[in-house]
Design a protein around this ligand. Structure first.
Ligand SMILES: [Zn+2]
Length: 426
């Protein structure tokens, strides 16, 4: 069986009005005298077809030819493929003298569209640094390709029919300064979860900026807003998404309760005296925060010793363990009875962090009870799930040079953005 390179090129990507004239394997001498192979593909125009203006897309007569340009294309058998073509300029009746449309080209980029899409697909699975190394391009090439595809997708994505959004903050750098946080908006519909927006800082203004970017008219369909108890967020949601029910979700409440338990443990560990003081709470931090059923083996023994002791930490843990039951109720009325009983118990616990948590619950009780009433209307695990993914991605692109890079990475991996279609999947 004979397969010509031209056939492969035409089968994978045929451009109307253009012809693959030749494809040759060349030896290229790189820096330090290293020889590398490169497939060089010459493209020429179809003589009988008119070129199209790149500005308006209308056919126009040829004006002149520009010098030869080249584009790096998807590699074949790990051999770089470079395409060559001398673009024509056209004399467009509406736009004047412009460059013709080249279907594989995007602006002045030295890569074909197919190559950029190819790099983007890998950039979802590997770090940008790895993609650059594996395919022999620069980090910048990957960055620009992903930026291009993200911008393409953001301009074309569908924003109608969103019924549930989650609002959250994202800790992007060490430290508690406002600049070290970002605000994120997710779509958390039961059947469609994605990142909708990310912006610098955590503030009412940041959130408002995000809502405006998404378009208030697009958000008119939102029925459920899920967030934590951070006041500026609550206020913005109340004012600008007033048609929606606000829900404080399980993820954020559990995180807050865990913080309270941890505070009790820390201050007790600090206050314990006697020769064995260090041993009693040693290595128990994460064990205390995990659900009991998930602690096994030696760790279970260690945990049992603490929770069956007379330590304050044991009482804090017992309250935490009891609270998990709250989420298992089907009927809001019974859940509310449970919640009230639990709050009373926590308030009497003589454990200040738990008392504080109980007071917070009481202050936001209606928003917490909304979780039960509306839990079928949104994906209650989505905020947590998306948050975890965001954290993984942020860590993988550790050392991101600017906020813009982080933004692009997150939209690319979690935005479910539409992408330009290719006839062949490389
Ligand atoms: Zn034109």
């Amino acid at each position: 069986m004979n397969v010509k390179l031209k056939t492969l090129l035409n089968e994978t990507q045929h451009f109307n009005g253009f012809i693959y004239e030749s494809a040759e394997l060349k030896k290229i001498t790189k820096a330090f005298g290293i020889q590398k192979m490169e497939l060089q593909v010459m493209i020429r125009e179809h003589k009988q077809r008119k070129p199209y203006c790149s500005q308006c897309g209308q056919p126009a007569p040829v004006y002149d030819h520009l010098p030869m340009r080249d584009w790096l294309h998807v590699p074949l058998w790990n051999i770089p493929v470079r395409m060559f073509y001398a673009p024509r300029r056209v004399d467009c009746p509406t736009c004047g003298i412009t460059v013709e449309t080249m279907p594989w080209n995007e602006g002045k980029r030295p890569y074909t569209k197919a190559m950029m899409i190819f790099l983007c697909q890998w950039a979802r699975r590997l770090s940008w640094r790895e993609v650059a190394t594996v395919f022999g391009v620069s980090w910048d090439a990957v960055y620009r390709s992903v930026t291009w595809i993200v911008e393409w997708g953001l301009a074309r994505r569908e924003l109608t029919g969103i019924t549930a959004v989650g609002i959250d903050e994202l800790h992007i750098h060490k430290g508690k300064k406002a600049d070290n946080f970002a605000t994120v908006i997710y779509q958390v519909d039961e059947h469609y979860k994605r990142l909708l927006w990310i912006g610098k800082r955590r503030s009412a203004r940041a959130l408002l900026g995000g809502l405006k970017t998404l378009g208030m008219e697009n958000l008119a369909s939102v029925r459920v807003v899920v967030s934590d108890m951070w006041r500026p967020y609550l206020a913005v949601a109340r004012k600008h998404l007033s048609q929606a029910v606000h829900i404080l979700d399980r993820f954020h409440i559990t995180a807050l309760l865990n913080q309270a338990v941890d505070k009790v443990r820390r201050s007790e560990n600090y206050a314990l005296t006697g020769p064995r003081r260090k041993e009693r709470l040693k290595n128990t931090r994460w064990l205390l925060l995990k659900p009991y059923a998930k602690v096994r083996g030696h760790a279970r023994e260690l945990l049992n010793r603490v929770i069956h002791s007379t330590l304050k930490t044991a009482r804090a843990w017992a309250l935490k363990d009891a609270f998990a039951h709250f989420w298992t109720y089907n009927h809001p009325r019974y859940a509310k009875v449970f919640l009230d009983t639990w709050i009373t118990r926590a308030l009497r616990s003589r454990l200040p962090p738990l008392r504080k948590f109980a007071k917070t619950l009481r202050a936001h009780e209606p928003l917490i009870m909304n979780w039960f009433t509306f839990k079928k209307a949104f994906s209650s695990a989505a905020v947590e799930g998306l948050n975890n993914k965001v954290r993984v991605v942020t860590r993988r692109s550790y050392g991101f040079k600017s906020f813009h890079v982080l933004e692009i990475v997150l939209y690319h991996t979690l935005g479910k953005l539409p992408e330009p279609e290719l006839t062949h999947k490389f």
